[in-house]
Design a protein around this ligand. Structure first.
Ligand code: SF4
Length: 414
């Protein structure tokens, strides 16, 4: 098997993305230090549109967790959270983030010149993804003494029922009095509709970015996607995110028109199920590229597509969008979803990342990987690892497993 490294192709729009992200963080920093605007902390698939409609600057601790992982600071700070009583077996975004807070450090200093993370005026969660987020925000409630409010969403959902949606709408509406009090702004339905419409347009553009990978060769990899999803995560509902994806899409369309793939000589098309290993993005990307394998699609990047926001009623749109997510759904639904992705993207093999501290995003624990491979007739591999805690990841073992998958693909009849 070839060990020659293919160059990772640089996406020109990366510069524009860094600018947008830089502006976003500077605004948060300014709001926090000069008290020029109120800051709301929000879980990644929490009601960001509602918060923006009140004029809050919205900060996402999970995004900070990912930065701690990709900057490889996580290993240095996790022990501080462990010493404070947070188990090393729970979410390593949580332990990295709380550990960094306790050690008074942040990757935002090097990346954006910020001395510290922005201070919250209110903490808003949605348990649609896991319970860890509630405990995570609970730590900061005790630290900062600000309101902690949230939405509790059912999990392992097969069909999203009317009753469920109505319950979630009621929970969203119950957040309003606290948000009005903290922001000093009265709720404005028209403003919420505007923000939700912008968020929906952003979703459609982000979906196009991901769907362009159906082209053969694909102009973008999963590893690129994990970087370029930043604006869709932290700036949905802000028109700057839309503008950024227009720029990115135009570059990717140009690649498709010219037949330029993200991986030279693309021969195998793979699907990544689960979280990225943030501290190993580059080496993972290089290994696949060296083997002419392109990871073209993933559950993770697709989790920021919220098409239900199209609804005329923004409360119902948010309730559906943040419940019809892959992570919230039953095993049957997940299997059907994966099956359709394999078909749409013409996938040859699947990588399952069993992230030890995130069972919620690890879908190879109840046999799905075996069932899908049997049904679809495509190979898979399970890699043991973690999103942030690199003590749980063995580069050598992962390399052997990736290679084993490529070898299986090479042995398949053309
Ligand atoms: S879904 Fe996983 S990674 Fe995300 S906050 Fe929950 S435990 Fe952490």
């Amino acid at each position: 098997m070839s060990q020659e490294k293919s160059a990772i192709k640089k996406i020109r729009a990366t510069g524009a993305m860094r600018e947008v992200m830089g502006e976003y963080f500077q605004e948060l920093d300014q709001a926090s230090r000069a008290d020029s605007a109120k800051v709301a902390w929000c879980t990644s698939v929490g009601p960001a549109e509602l918060l923006r409609s009140f004029g809050f600057r919205v900060y996402f601790p999970e995004n900070h967790g990912a930065l701690l992982g990709s900057s490889r600071m996580a290993a240095d700070v996790i022990p501080a959270a462990t010493a404070a009583g947070y188990s090393p077996e729970i979410c390593s975004y949580l332990t990295s983030d709380i550990g960094a807070y306790l050690k008074k450090t942040t990757p935002l200093t090097k990346a954006f010149g910020m001395e510290s993370i922005p201070k919250p005026d209110v903490l808003v969660y949605n348990t649609n993804q896991c319970r860890d987020v509630q405990d995570w925000f609970g730590f900061y409630q005790r630290e900062f003494g600000v309101p902690l409010i949230g939405i509790e969403t059912p999990r392992s959902v097969s069909d999203v029922t009317r009753e469920m949606v109505e319950g979630l709408i009621a929970q969203e509406m119950a957040l309003i009095p606290t948000l009005e009090e903290v922001s000093g702004v009265s709720f404005d339905l028209d403003r919420l509709k505007e923000v939700t419409a912008s968020s929906y347009r952003c979703t459609l553009l982000w979906k196009k970015v991901l769907r362009i990978a159906e082209a053969q060769p694909s102009p973008i990899t999963f590893f690129d996607g994990t970087i370029h999803m930043g604006p869709a995560v932290v700036l949905r509902g802000d028109e700057r995110a839309e503008h950024y994806y227009e720029v990115l899409l135009s570059e990717l369309s140009e690649r498709v028109d010219k037949g330029v793939g993200a991986v030279d000589g693309e021969t195998y098309r793979l699907y990544w199920e689960g979280m990225p290993v943030w501290g190993k993005l580059r080496s993972n990307a290089e290994q696949f590229a060296a083997n002419r394998a392109c990871v073209v699609a993933s559950t993770y990047c697709n989790s920021w597509i919220f098409e239900d926001l199209a609804c005329d009623d923004p409360f119902e749109g948010m309730a559906r969008a943040y419940t019809e997510l892959f992570i919230v759904r039953s095993e049957d639904y997940k299997e059907r979803y994966m099956e359709s992705m394999v078909s749409d993207y013409d996938i040859n093999g699947i990588i399952y990342h069993d992230a030890k501290t995130c069972p919620n995003n690890s879908n190879c624990r109840y046999g799905m990987h075996r069932r899908l491979s049997e049904r679809l007739g495509i190979p898979h591999v399970v890699i043991d690892g973690d999103l942030n805690d690199l003590r749980l990841y063995s580069e050598e073992q992962a390399r052997t497993q990736f290679d084993a998958l490529v070898e299986q693909l090479q042995e398949q009849p053309a």
